[in-house]
Design a binder for this molecule. Structure first.
Ligand SMILES: O=c1[nH]c(=O)c2ncn([C@@H]3O[C@H](COP(=O)(O)OP(=O)(O)OP(=O)(O)O)[C@@H](O)[C@H]3O)c2[nH]1
Ligand SMILES: [Mg+2]
Length: 174
């Protein structure tokens, strides 16, 4: 059987260098965490499955906390996450969602990433979901927590990743 590994075909070394650098920005570890989780879930379920991983990446910290945001949030809270950036020149951040699809045990997960760029701000809005109150997507003037669910779901990292997954799944059905 032909290898199912996806290959980028180009004779241009500059293209390859830039594609590598751009993919690396989305975090080797984020992709590794997402792949490992989905692979394990498919083994446990004995069938096809989808998993999701969310990372919050601070530009000043070269993408950290990234996939470790859950633990940083738990230990530091909203205020502590803001304080982490004191003394750094930028509060820019991006939210990254990675859906992973596995066709079943032993089948390499396929990843679908969605990214929304913004800034870390002092908490505003209702605090029901994680770090929503401290993340303000660029150009919105609102934190995720201040938005209606409809608005968040029209521009969020999760919406963007899910659109890609949906498109892929629709091609499988044909
Ligand atoms: O304010 C938020 N707005 C969001 O849109 C959002 N999406 C995820 N999160 C939080 O970020 C961490 C990711 O960790 P995570 O991907 O491993 O999730 P998890 O462990 O909670 O679930 P799962 O791994 O069983 O699916 C967890 O603390 C999630 O609660 C969000 N917080
Ligand atoms: Mg988790």
């Amino acid at each position: 059987m032909a290898s199912r590994k996806l290959k980028f075909v180009t004779g241009n070394a500059n293209k390859l260098r830039e594609v590598r650098a751009i993919l690396a920005q989305s975090g080797g570890t984020t992709r590794e965490v997402a792949t490992a989780k989905c692979r394990r879930a498919a083994e446990l379920l004995g069938g096809p499955c989808i998993t999701e991983d969310t990372a919050l990446c601070f530009e000043a910290l070269n993408g950290l906390p990234g996939p470790y945001i859950k633990y940083f949030l738990k230990e530091l809270g909203h205020d502590g996450l803001n304080k982490l950036l004191v003394g750094f020149p930028t509060t820019a951040a991006w939210a990254l969602c990675t859906f992973a699809y596995s066709a079943g045990p032993g089948s390499e997960p396929i990843l679908f990433e969605g990214r929304t760029d913004g800034h870390v701000v002092t908490a505003r809005g209702d605090g029901k979901f994680g770090w929503d109150p401290i993340f303000e997507p660029n150009g919105t003037g609102q934190t995720y927590a201040e938005m209606t669910p409809e608005k968040k779901n029209s521009l969020s990292h999760r919406y963007r990743a899910l659109s890609k997954l949906q498109e892929y799944l629709s091609t499988l059905k044909e």
